[in-house]
Design a protein around this ligand. Structure first.
Ligand code: 5GP
Ligand code: MN
Length: 328
């Protein structure tokens, strides 16, 4: 499939790259890196998104050139769609009429593209974009290296998650050689928060609850908490990590209240607890350890259902032997 993607790039000239609503580090880093690669190959390319670049990623090379659009408004030979579960996720209605190249590392992705390049072994789509750059013979510039590094850094939770492999570190090492600056990128992404975000962290963490086993925890962001802290919805990203830092906690839900009794729900887990299955039940998707969904529901019922399903997911997870970390 990579061969067909390379063929398409070599035979055509005008490309757009897009990704899902509320882009994250992998979707943005990978999109920007692909844009830089295409431009290095003397192609016309631009990144278009329905949402603007979140503050945390505003310092990535090329972030200022991302064009925020409501729909496809120019002619392209093909549109690359990065890490989207279906053709509606980018929020661009006429995308369905374009020649679409679907590039993703989620195993739950629908094969909605005219070309579908899916690699669920990749820690981030960034790994796939790096492989593409190598395979097509593009020179890896510091811009490309920085954007791919940002994708790897964020989708592996700063190399904490189980998707982090030998290949991830090999690629990260290459990227540093090509000009990515790890400390600078970490600082731009993780040490560059608005004050309002930390106020929001305080308000949300004060809602922390856990079940009787202590293995499941949940937090809630009400509209009031968001308004009172002066934070944006993006500022709530990352808060879900805190409950997971409790030693006994194996699964976490984060309910974010949106208008019209709608709740954007994020799920995270440790070890072999599969929360993607839980998210799929509520119409969403994601990875085994990080998934989510958005639903209109009564909050009491929703939270009860989600917690019940998380309990099942924890109970059904294969046991992790002992507390000692055994080398593989
Ligand atoms: P987050 O909790 O950071 O929003 O999302 C975590 C993971 O779940 C990401 O891999 C993301 O793509 C996936 N995810 C979150 N919301 C949805 C959704 O509504 N639909 C699908 N298919 N995946 C989602
Ligand atoms: Mn990703």
């Amino acid at each position: 499939m990579l061969g067909q993607v390379i063929d398409l790039i070599e035979k055509h000239n005008r490309f757009a790259i897009t990704s899902h609503i509320r882009p994250d580090g992998d979707s943005l880093g990978s999109s920007l890196a692909l844009c830089w690669i295409l431009r290095c190959l003397n192609k016309e390319a631009e990144v278009i998104m329905c949402d603007s670049v979140p503050h945390s990623y505003s310092r990535l090379p090329g972030a200022n050139d991302v064009r925020v659009v409501k729909d496809i408004d120019r002619d392209y030979d093909a549109v690359f769609v990065i890490e989207c579960s279906d053709v509606t996720r980018p929020g661009l209605p006429s995308l369905k009429d374009q020649f679409v190249v679907n590039i993703d590392h989620h195993s739950t992705t629908a094969l909605f593209g005219d070309l579908n390049w899916i690699d669920s072994t990749a820690a981030a789509v960034g790994e796939m974009i790096y492989n593409l750059a190598k395979a097509i013979g593009a020179k890896i510039t510091p811009e490309i290296a920085s954007c791919v590094y940002a994708a790897l850094l964020t989708d592996t939770g700063s190399f904490h998650f189980s998707n982090t492999t030998e290949r991830t570190f090999k690629i990260a090492s290459d990227l540093v050689k090509y000009g990515a600056q790890p400390a600078k990128l970490s600082q731009a992404i993780f040490y560059n928060y608005p004050y309002a975000k930390i106020m929001l962290v305080g308000a949300v963490l004060s809602t922390l609850q856990r079940d009787e086993s202590g293995r499941i925890a949940w937090i809630t962001m009400t509209k009031e908490a968001q308004e009172q802290s002066g934070a944006t919805e993006d500022d709530s990203d990352g808060i879900i990590t805190y409950p997971l830092t409790v030693g006994d906690v194996e699964a976490v839900a984060f309910f974010r209240e949106l208008p019209n009794s709608t709740y954007r729900t994020s799920l995270r887990s440790k070890n072999r607890v599969n929360v993607a299955r839980v998210a799929e039940h509520f119409g969403g998707g994601g990875h085994a350890n990080a998934a989510g969904f958005t639903i209109q529901a009564d909050f009491e019922e929703l939270s009860r259902d989600v917690i019940e399903r998380l309990k099942e997911a924890v109970a059904n997870a294969p046991a992790v032997n002992g507390r000692e970390i055994k080398p593989r």
